[in-house]
Design a binder for this molecule. Structure first.
Ligand code: AVI
Length: 320
């Protein structure tokens, strides 16, 4: 170790600097609010995988069942020759159900994700299981302008955005993403998973699981702030808070101060009153009609819809 370097100081990196700047901004605004993207370090991603398996968290298994049952019908909307673009590709689990329903030599698969190492590792696994599939990963933030590989003549470009991830966007972000997608998918379409408005108790339970995994996922933002940025705050100072806000048709997740406290970050001190929160996520719930109207404003025409028997989740085909 170089003399003068303190091993207890968090490492500076471009990512840390961005996190620090965003956290300072989050704590300075009123009400305090930060982007949900800071959930997803390695621990947060592992906790999210666990959430997907929880008995209370219905979206993942409901969407998987829809894909399992209707993959052939979904793939039939795409056309014979397809460039399949998965937005925010992650572990590439759900797309396998679509690929199983398509002739592989008719597909060029383009998974897009901001995390290069994870994307490439997932592509290696997919290539091993689907020999002969053309895979062209793109490391990019899919919500910002990016360049997809060209589509050959006679090939339709089809987007795939499962998981109700669009629910974590603000309405303005959802609109911006849909406009960008409608533009780059013109002549093809988008297959998208959305979580539907439903009984408030079902929603409440899904984000307040008995095992406390969602609480740990939420609190991980503060763990990261402590470990990566050296933030100081009382270890038991914040509690997980998640509730359905019917005015906005969304679950809101917050970190709530249990008592008046101070959070110190890089020489600044941010005060929290008892009960005050740092808003960490919203998860919008839609009606099928409401989402189709949103998509229509962005340039899509509504197509087929697949829902489960409870009407809890929907997969929509939208023509671009
Ligand atoms: C990733 N996203 C769709 C999840 C959701 O349901 O909004 C994230 C999540 N937050 C708490 N539990 C799951």
């Amino acid at each position: 170790m170089k003399p003068g370097l303190d091993w207890r100081q968090p490492r500076a990196s471009a990512e840390n600097e961005q996190f620090a700047a965003d956290l300072h901004a989050a704590l300075s605004r009123s009400p305090k609010a930060i982007s949900p993207k800071y959930f997803y370090d390695e621990t947060g991603s592992r906790l999210f995988e666990q959430i997907c398996e929880l008995p209370e968290y219905y979206p993942t298994r409901t969407e998987l069942a829809l894909l399992q049952t209707h993959a052939r019908d979904m793939a039939a909307q795409f056309g014979p020759q397809v460039q399949l673009v998965e937005y925010g590709a992650g572990a590439l689990r759900k797309v396998r159900l679509l690929l199983d329903a398509m002739p592989l030599d008719a597909v060029q698969f383009v998974p897009v994700d901001i995390s290069g190492p994870h994307l490439l590792a997932a592509c290696d696994g997919l290539a091993a299981d689907y020999p002969g599939l053309a895979i062209q990963p793109l490391v990019a933030d899919f919500t910002r302008p990016h360049t997809l590989p060209p589509c050959s003549a006679g090939t339709r470009r089809v987007g795939f955005f499962p998981g109700s991830s669009i629910g974590n966007f603000t309405p303005a972000e959802a609109d911006a993403f849909l406009r960008l997608a409608a533009n780059e998918l013109a002549g093809g379409g988008l297959l998208i998973g959305i979580d539907l408005v439903k009984d408030h108790d079902v929603l409440h339970a899904a984000y307040n699981d008995a095992a406390g995994v969602t609480a740990a996922f939420n609190l991980n933002v503060l763990t990261r702030a402590r470990d990566e940025l050296g933030a100081e705050f009382p270890a038991d100072g914040f509690a997980h808070l998640a509730f359905y806000n019917p005015a906005y048709c969304r679950i809101e997740m917050h970190l709530q101060a249990r008592r008046p406290l101070a959070l110190r970050l890089g020489g600044e001190t941010y005060g929290f009153n008892e009960g005050e929160t740092l808003h960490t996520e919203h998860s919008h719930k839609y009606t099928v009609d409401g989402f189709q109207a949103l998509a229509a404003r962005a340039g899509f025409r509504p197509g087929k819809v697949w829902t489960d028997e409870n009407g809890w989740f929907a997969v929509l085909w939208l023509e671009a």
